[in-house]
Write a protein that binds this ligand. Structure first.
Ligand code: ATP
Length: 267
């Protein structure tokens, strides 16, 4: 049996803003059932990577492959429909609507036949409670507005939604606002669930301890290029802390890695 293609693959992917290459010939494969943490100093291209995967920014050169098929998204809706779910730092879901409305948004269950067909709110509530339980969230009233949820619960809701709709990849841009340990734990649980269900998880994080705890792989970006592609076996939490602490060390590492591996320059 031939092995399936990775869920996501970037080949020579380049994104330019005017004369600046925010990503320059980035090559990486993102397998299902793995959490890849994306690390790098400010301006290294992390947000641009998230933006390409989520359909906000089209790439200029190279290929983005989803399950082995080249894709080019024209909108976030197109990326979502193709199976790449992005959990944004701020609220991507509709804040004033209820939790259940947010979960089923765009695919609301109905009952009855046309012209009497109407929204089946009871079914949607049940679906929501089950979808949240699947990612480890209990005790949330499906009727409460989303803006009454805590930050971690909101992210978990977005992850629950992604799993419910059968996403292939989950992209998370870590909130810059600090979350309590309890809320981080909640999100961590949901992320691990997504991994267990075989999604390719891409996690932009500034928290090295968290990255080391949940990550399987670490993609280091520097000036829009891949400066390192490490696994848990290559680094410990202290290594990651140092790598993330300052750009200098990352730049030094980049230089060193390029000396040792000239092929990195070709990526
Ligand atoms: N919309 C844009 N227009 C022009 N230049 C941009 C745009 N978005 C990003 N850039 C540039 O592309 C490069 C990569 O930026 P990006 O935001 O992806 O980095 P980052 O690693 O996410 O940084 P941060 O940690 O500060 O969010 C930077 O030089 C940035 O100035």
């Amino acid at each position: 049996m031939s092995t399936p293609p990775p869920v996501l693959e970037l080949r020579g992917l380049t994104v330019r803003f005017g004369s600046v290459a925010a990503l320059h010939r980035v090559g990486v494969t993102l397998d299902g059932g793995r959490i890849t943490c994306v690390l790098g100093e400010n301006g290294s291209g992390k947000s641009t990577l998230v933006s390409v995967l989520s359909g906000l920014t089209p790439h200029d050169e190279g290929d983005l492959l989803l399950d082995g098929v080249a894709v080019r998204f024209v909108s976030p809706r197109a990326a979502r429909a193709a199976g790449i779910a992005t959990v944004w730092q701020d609220l991507a879901v509709a804040p004033l609507l209820s939790v259940w409305r947010n979960l089923v948004l765009g695919a609301e269950p109905t009952r009855g036949r046309w012209p009497l067909r109407r929204l089946d709110a009871e079914a949607a509530r049940g679906t929501t409670v089950r979808a949240l339980e699947r990612v480890g969230v209990t005790g949330v009233d499906p009727d409460q507005p989303v803006n009454s949820l805590r930050a971690g619960e909101r992210q978990s809701l977005a992850i629950a939604r992604a799993l419910h709709f059968g996403a292939r990849a989950l992209v998370l841009d870590e909130p810059t606002a600090p979350m309590t340990i309890a809320q981080q734990t909640l999100v961590g649980q949901a992320v691990l669930r997504a991994r267990a269900e075989g999604l390719a998880v891409v996690l932009v994080t500034h928290n090295p301890r968290y990255a080391h705890l949940v990550g399987d792989r670490y993609l280091l970006l520097a000036r829009g290029q891949v400066a390192g592609d490490l696994t848990r076996a290559d680094v410990d939490a202290d290594d990651l802390t140092r790598l993330m602490a300052g750009g200098e060390e990352l730049t030094a590492l980049t230089t060193r890695l390029r000396e040792l591996h000239p092929e990195l320059g070709e990526r």
